[in-house]
Write a protein that binds this ligand. Structure first.
Ligand code: CP3
Length: 342
């Protein structure tokens, strides 16, 4: 049995003594310890594929920052790779795909990923569960089908993802074919993560914000909803749709357990739009550049707005690499020592 199950209780809407806290992108980036481990791998992809190293950096934030959950060190782009579209992670630039998807033939050439294609992630999860020794829950994750689609069409990061959007407007049937293949792959992958020991799951829709509302429902939420239907009977599922404020009410109608919010959303408004769900978020990561007093006061007011129950404290997006580890730790400590009765 888990020694600290605050995250799971909060996600299921059960009573908690205080809100749990963890941070998106906590495995990596701000910790010098992460950079030291990373230096032992040839490159990012070898790092992700090495279960011992992945386990080590997954546990670092639990030991160093004192967060209430671990999130497995991996990347959302392992799914496109497992489907037949390999990528590279270019230093200081980001992901890059040599081959991209342009038409129906390209979609047909991709296969639906099976658990066996992602054995290295499952090994890392099993090892991490063993090493965590029931201290805190382990979160598994996948990219949302739309966000993965966006990288598979575009071939790299982009401000607008206009090639991916062009594809939706010019080849909608083919787009649905690909989104369905990604969805089936993700369901296989996430089920295997749960079998390997993941206690909870998060779906990252980082590029939700580039779509219009109707296109978001048609090309993104429909597929996220299928993933929630398949996985939420097994473990709690969080849907994080960055910049999709307009969609909270509809996200709340899926079978997810909790909704991740970015910092552009007012907690009270979000509560009114998603009364039956747990909310996660939503401090601006840039708050952690502020002087200590400001970090403390802003965090207190956020905690007050969300309230103690049905809440998972987090940032509104991932940590930035140049944040000071001490300020990140301060944020975690402020949440853990907050006097909820005040
Ligand atoms: O949250 C965690 O700490 C777990 C590990 C994790 C990584 N990537 C490790 C990583 C998770 C959950 C992700 C998700 C991910 N990957 C997303 C969704 C979340 C988000 O931030 O919106 C996206 C869009 C990606 C794709 C990706 N991976 C990009 C664009 C980049 C390059 C730029 C960047 O963000 O650093 C990565 C690389 C990456 N993934 C790093 C880490 C720790 C940095 C690589 C390094 O160590 O040099």
């Amino acid at each position: 049995m888990l020694q600290n199950d605050l995250l799971l209780r909060a996600a299921k809407g059960q009573e908690v003594e205080r809100a749990p806290v963890w941070l998106m992108r906590q495995a990596g980036r701000v910790l010098p310890e992460y950079r030291a481990t990373r230096a032992r791998a040839k490159n990012f992809i070898d790092f992700v594929k090495n279960p011992e190293l992945a386990c080590e950096v997954t546990i670092q934030p639990v030991d160093i920052l004192g967060v209430d959950a671990a999130i497995i060190f991996s990347d959302i782009l392992v799914i496109p790779e497992a489907m037949g579209l390999p990528y590279q992670m270019i230093e200081a630039k980001g992901p890059w795909f040599e081959k991209t998807v342009k038409n129906k033939n390209d979609v047909e050439a991709l296969h639906i990923a099976e658990a066996g294609n992602l054995d290295y992630v499952l090994k890392a999860i099993r090892l991490t569960k063993k090493e965590l020794n029931q201290r805190v829950p382990l979160i598994g994750f996948a990219g949302a089908p739309w966000t993965l689609f966006a990288y598979m069409i575009e071939g790299s990061g982009s401000k607008t993802f206009s090639k991916a959007k062009q594809f939706l407007y010019t080849q909608p049937e083919v787009a649905h074919l690909l989104l369905e293949k990604i969805t089936q792959s993700s369901i296989n992958y996430l089920k295997a993560q749960v079998e390997a020991g993941a206690d909870m799951l998060q779906i990252f829709d980082s590029w939700a914000g580039v779509l219009s509302e109707n296109m978001y429902y048609e090309f993104s939420l429909k597929y996220i909803s299928k993933i929630c239907d398949a996985l939420s009977p097994l473990v709690p599922v969080t849907v994080f749709a960055k910049d999709a404020h307009y969609a909270i009410e509809k996200i709340a109608q899926t079978n997810c357990n909790s909704i991740g919010l970015d910092w552009t959303i007012d907690p009270t408004k979000a509560r009114n739009q998603a009364v039956t769900k747990t909310l996660q978020g939503n401090a601006d990561p840039c708050l952690l550049y502020a002087p200590e007093q400001k970090i403390i006061s802003e965090t207190h007011s956020m905690l007050k707005s969300f309230g103690k129950q049905r809440y998972i404290c987090n940032l509104g997006h991932g940590l930035y690499p140049d944040l000071d580890k001490e300020k990140v730790k301060l944020f975690v400590d402020v949440v853990k020592s907050y006097n909820w009765t005040s």
